[in-house]
Design a protein around this ligand. Structure first.
Ligand SMILES: O=P(O)(O)OC[C@H]1O[C@@H](O)[C@@H](O)[C@@H](O)[C@@H]1O
Length: 490
């Protein structure tokens, strides 16, 4: 049994506000305040608009927020490029005695991240030997994202039928792909032939003569802009997903002038993930996050193989060679309630290194969470309350030693909203994942298209469901009509 909850509970201990161990004032062994590491990358959100900046300030990872700095990632873990420290001054790694198998992050994306994939273990070892400067880790990096705001992301290849349709629809895109690759795409029927065709297409697009691709990108942008501004209005019956796709190309091109990677929405699924929903990116699957804020957990590695939409190091050859070329987006997973309590949702990926729990403590409620007896880290996502008597605020993070006591959360009745806490530790439910590994054809597609398509079985398990379900419909209108629609948070 992991949790006990109840109403009108009382904080068991004194109200310290320093995030430090409570040993001095009571005999309970509790969490220890933790100082994460903040990273600024070009795609981050600037200044206090960035959750990463706000959390970093609260957790003392930074002393002040620079309004011009793009705060992108907050790292909680033992990775050597961003090792967390405890408030006692000790490194987290030294306190645990070994590395955590996972890295826990918060991401604030104001513009698109690179078109990328993370290597599997075999590729990671090879890349680390061949190019240790750009690939510092010999470990794989499967990752799971949980949206804190509506989150836009390109994940996985579109189905070949869709790509073939988009090649015919956009001659400028077609001009960046070799005749041989196009023929393969148009003719492929069987799964293996489809994968082969997809590899040909991706490789051909990525290695297209830059003069040709930037000229074609310009032509495409001129045409799409004219259609947007109604000079050449699109047909009335043009499906919403096609308009969304065109808008995404225009937006990416604005962010990365002259980069043909802006055409990525024509071959990658473009998804909108609702707050509280998650998706799992297995190794060797292409993706590019576009905008929004997430928590992310991954195996402890920082290896990214990139091909475009980035000022960072690109490695097209390795990316082309390592992808699985399976098709369809990842399944979207709403997590699963822990059997004991609806106050705790677990997000469990199909990899042993990590899982994430999101706890919600309503005003006037308390929640006791049993120590999982393995090293765990926590971050307060929103709301204020008490953790073993310590006052908690959004952004504070903690290490929970395996030999500490159970944790007692309490939120006073007078608070206006619940306190939400995210916790990561090694995967204890590997046999019952809520997220699925997309290891074959049959993932979901970002939409249904009106061209003949093969059946698209949905591989969801646990709380998984198709991205075309409820929330997609709920948010689609805002998303369509106003890219800057007010963003509800988790
Ligand atoms: O290489 P860039 O574009 O900065 O993106 C790097 C980031 O990509 C995301 O998909 C995640 O994997 C993050 O953990 C990673 O740090």
């Amino acid at each position: 049994m992991g949790v006990e909850n109840g109403q009108n509970g009382h904080a068991a201990h004194g109200n310290q506000d320093d995030g430090s161990d409570t040993a001095a004032v009571n005999t309970r062994k509790s969490v220890i305040g933790l100082i994460p590491v903040a990273k600024d990358y070009a795609w981050g959100i600037r200044g206090m608009d960035s959750r990463v900046a706000r959390y970093a300030l609260e957790s003392k990872a930074i002393d002040e927020v620079d309004p011009d700095c793009p705060y992108a990632e907050l790292w909680i873990g033992t990775h050597p490029k961003g090792p967390s420290k405890l408030k006692t001054g000790e490194y987290l790694r030294d306190a645990i005695g070994e590395d955590l198998p996972f890295l826990f992050k918060v991401l604030s994306a104001g513009k698109a991240l690179s078109i990328q994939a993370h290597p599997d273990k075999e590729n990671a070892k090879r890349l680390n030997i061949e190019d240790p400067v750009n690939y510092g880790d010999a470990n794989h990096k499967p990752e799971m994202a949980i949206a804190l705001t509506p989150f836009e992301a390109m994940c996985g290849f579109r189905r070949l039928e869709e790509i073939s349709y988009l090649i015919k629809k956009h001659p400028e895109f077609a001009a960046c792909i070799s005749e041989e690759a196009k023929l393969a795409v148009f003719l492929a029927q069987e799964p293996l032939a489809q994968r082969d065709a997809l590899q040909k297409l991706f490789s051909s697009f990525m290695t297209c003569d830059p003069e040709v691709s930037s000229h074609q990108l310009n032509l495409l942008l001129i045409r799409l802009q004219a259609e947007q501004s109604q000079l050449h209005p699109h047909p009335h019956d043009e499906p919403a997903w096609e308009r969304k796709c065109a808008r995404a190309v225009l937006r990416l091109a604005q962010q990365f002038h002259g980069d043909p990677g802006a055409m990525a929405p024509l071959f990658l699924n473009y998804l909108l993930i609702a707050p509280g929903e998650s998706f799992f990116m297995a190794a060797n699957e292409p993706h590019a996050y576009v905008a929004g804020e997430i928590i992310e957990c991954m195996a402890c590695s920082d290896n990214v193989v990139r091909a475009g939409l980035t000022p960072k190091f690109k490695d097209v050859d390795n990316l082309v060679n390592m992808l699985t070329y399976s098709m369809g987006g990842p399944s979207i997973d709403a997590g699963a309630y822990m059997a004991e309590s609806t106050d705790v949702i677990r997000y469990t990926p199909p990899c042993p290194e990590f899982e994430v729990m999101v706890l919600t403590i309503e005003p006037g409620h308390k929640l006791t969470y049993k120590n999982p007896k393995i090293p765990a880290v926590l971050i307060i996502l929103e709301g204020s309350g008490h953790l073993d008597g310590k006052l908690c605020r959004p952004g504070r993070s903690y290490y929970w030693p395996p030999d500490a006591d159970d944790l007692e959360f309490f939120v006073e009745q007078c608070r206006r909203g619940p306190m939400k806490v995210a916790m990561a530790h090694k995967n204890r439910h590997l046999d019952r994942p809520t997220a699925v590994n997309r290891d074959d054809f049959g993932g979901t597609s970002s939409h249904r298209i009106s061209v003949p398509a093969s059946p698209m079985p949905f591989l969801g398990m646990g709380g998984g469901r198709s991205p075309s379900s409820n929330y997609q419909k709920r948010f689609a209108r805002d998303f369509e009509e106003n890219d800057n629609a007010a963003i509800p948070e988790l």
